[in-house]
Design a protein around this ligand. Structure first.
Ligand code: FSX
Ligand code: SF4
Ligand code: F3S
Length: 314
């Protein structure tokens, strides 16, 4: 175990990550998962000395690949290293070296080898009209691929608004008949919602599985409660400006304090469940409302149709 941990520390060091950075990340992840700080060493162990590395088949359907980008790049620049430490990614179109026939072969071999054991991660919506003609890979429709792979997985994680609820391609008039992965396959998915979702919520879900041997508790839509249990509005610092007497005094009046809130600019925070105000994006730098833009409800079903025009008050 000690040897493994040492080798892990060396690999991180090569990426310019100190043990202190790593422990800081584990503390942040543990808090995000809603676990007490006594779990921090256990969470660190999941990465440093994984007992099992579940095989993953990562599929892409109709989307912008922002979800993969979010996991692999934007947060901690080295989160890709951590993801690759705990998961055995057998197939991922964006990051694998293989292409063409070899890629197809990899997918089929991985599916056969790990049948019933792999985690399927899906990005993007599935086209259903015109026999699925709006989306094909290697001559096969998204629909055929989804129906072939998803039912063989031990669990399927839909990552991003598109895989969870259809996303922009399912917005009216939805010419391709795009639907969520769950609708396309009839298989229940765990939904890491958002456009893009916060990578910490994906990592938290996977670590929950590895640490506690089960998937996290979900809401009625299939989103993990640790991340999607509260509304943006309930956690928003701009709300504090008009709900805190001291702040109101500082602003001169409740009305003035309310001026900081983006509700009248169309913020959908009161109806949107996500943890953006707490976990933020880009290494905890900021999040939409902090940057001065109202929440557009990107983790809610069909937000493109439901919440446009975005600048109209709820
Ligand atoms: Fe959709 Fe993801 Fe938005 Fe993009 O793959 S959730 S369009 S950020 O990339 O699926
Ligand atoms: Fe609520 Fe949005 Fe106002 Fe924040 S900015 S308090 S989320 S309405
Ligand atoms: Fe999306 Fe709203 Fe967060 S738009 S990123 S859920 S603040």
């Amino acid at each position: 175990m000690e040897k493994e941990q040492k080798q892990f520390a060396e690999r991180l060091e090569q990426k310019g990550v100190s043990r202190r950075d790593f422990m800081k990340f584990c503390t942040f992840l543990t808090a995000t998962m809603g676990l007490s700080s006594s779990f921090v060493p256990k969470v660190a162990e999941v990465f440093a000395a994984p007992k099992q590395r579940p095989p993953v088949i990562w599929l892409h359907f109709a989307e912008c690949t922002g979800c993969s980008e979010a996991v692999l790049r934007s947060m901690y620049p080295w989160i890709d290293q951590l993801v690759l430490e705990v998961l055995d990614i057998a197939y991922h179109e964006t990051i694998m070296a293989a292409s063409g026939y070899q890629a197809e072969e990899n997918l089929h071999m991985a599916m056969k080898k790990y049948e019933g054991k792999f985690i399927c991660v899906c990005e993007g919506a599935v086209a259903t009209k015109f026999n699925g003609g709006y989306g094909k890979i290697a001559g096969r429709t998204f629909q055929e691929i989804a129906k072939e792979v998803v039912p063989k997985a031990a669990a399927t994680i839909a990552i991003g608004q598109c895989a969870c609820f259809g996303g922009i391609q399912a917005a009216k008039p939805n010419p391709g008949g795009y639907v969520s992965v769950e609708e396309a396959t009839g298989v229940k998915t765990i939904k890491i919602a958002g456009c893009p979702p916060n990578p910490i919520n994906f990592v938290g879900t996977v670590v929950n599985y590895l640490l506690l041997g089960k998937l996290p508790a979900l809401d009625h839509l299939g989103r993990p409660l640790f991340a999607y249990g509260k509304t943006i509005h309930d956690q928003c610092p701009r709300r504090a400006h008009f709900e805190n007497d001291e702040m109101v005094e500082e602003f001169g009046s409740e009305e003035a304090a309310k001026g900081w809130c983006l509700y009248m600019m169309g913020c959908k925070g009161p109806e949107t469940y996500n943890n953006c105000p707490i976990v933020k994006f880009n290494d905890g730098t900021s999040w939409p409302v902090e940057a001065g833009h109202g929440c557009i409800g990107c983790s809610e079903p069909n937000f493109w149709d439901k919440y446009t025009p975005f600048y109209e008050m709820l």
